[in-house]
Write a protein that binds this ligand. Structure first.
Ligand code: G
Ligand code: G
Ligand code: MN
Ligand code: NA
Length: 253
């Protein structure tokens, strides 16, 4: 429970910071948004990757206060960038199951939007497919969130082993195609057909679609052949600290 105590202390002492990874319209190469990704800089242990502490934060419920900080900080930053004259961008924030189950979640979101002045039309929550399938009152929570003007994206789409029926039953806006479908589209015909099938499915029912894990020019070429599609991945940029993201915005508009 050492790491748990460190996590608790880290939240109190604000040892966390956010990085932002660009989202690109691959047909025009235009920067259209970013995903906020949390990082933990422990005073002795150094940078601890989210894969190590997010699961623990979820188990212990600490993701609730941490997630609230992540949302407030990313909304504050987005709003500040818009005030500073940067072009407005869509902000995606990952939301965990315990946050959705927190009865105060929607109230907290409202408060944060009010405090930071971010127009909710720029905000999107990324929720994994497995979370969407597991939360009991998902439909009503998603409706409340959407009534605030916030968009909903299904993260890691295709990996959840859940039935597809939820994409017609739930109020969602975007499918985020998991990296595993993107990785070998340039070498494997089946992967390519699966990726394309997901993209066509999304488009045909009026959803937006974004492909994650774009690492190669070949990925861009394969996916942007069929018209408008968004992408995110190391090919465009790794997640960036605030200053580096500002440079990226400056050179990409
Ligand atoms: O940033 P990246 O490599 O290293 O993140 C690893 C995992 O941690 C991803 O699955 C990502 O969804 C998750 N993660 C990163 N930032 C956040 C966050 O702010 N909130 C939540 N709930 N998960 C996050
Ligand atoms: O699951 P989620 O989409 O929230 O996770 C985002 C994670 O994916 C982050 O940890 C981020 O660092 C990582 N990531 C972003 N782009 C790429 C990429 O091109 N390749 C790989 N392998 N990981 C990526
Ligand atoms: Mn995500
Ligand atoms: Na994902």
């Amino acid at each position: 429970r050492l790491l748990e105590n460190a996590l608790r202390q880290g939240i109190n002492e604000q040892q966390f910071y956010l990085e932002y990874q660009p989202k690109i319209n691959m047909s025009t190469n235009e920067l259209i948004g970013m995903e906020a990704l949390v990082r933990w800089k422990h005073p002795d242990l150094g940078i601890i990757p989210p894969g190590k502490f997010i699961p623990l934060a979820e188990e212990t419920g600490l993701i609730v206060p941490l997630g609230e900080w992540i949302l407030r900080e990313s909304c504050r930053q987005s709003s500040a960038w818009q005030d500073q004259g940067y072009p407005p961008l869509h902000l995606s924030v990952n939301v965990s199951v315990s946050q959705l189950e927190d009865i105060y979640f929607v109230d907290k979101v409202k408060t944060i939007l009010h405090e930071t002045g971010l127009d909710p039309k720029w905000l999107e929550f990324e929720i994994t497919e497995s979370v969407l399938a597991s939360v009991k009152s998902t439909v009503s929570i998603l409706k409340e969130i959407r009534n605030l003007g916030i968009h909903i994206s299904v993260d890691d789409f295709g990996t959840g082993y859940s039935s597809l029926s939820y994409i017609k039953d739930l109020p969602i806006d975007t499918l985020k195609v998991d990296q595993s479908f993107v990785k070998d589209i340039h070498t494997n015909k089946e992967s390519k057909e699966i990726a394309k099938a997901i993209i066509n499915l999304a488009k045909s029912i009026g959803l937006n679609v974004i492909a994650e894990g774009i690492e190669l020019k070949e990925h861009v070429d394969e996916l942007s052949k069929d018209g408008y599609i968004l992408g995110q991945g190391y090919f465009f940029s790794r997640p960036l600290k605030v200053g580096a993201f500002e440079d990226f915005m400056t050179t990409n508009h």
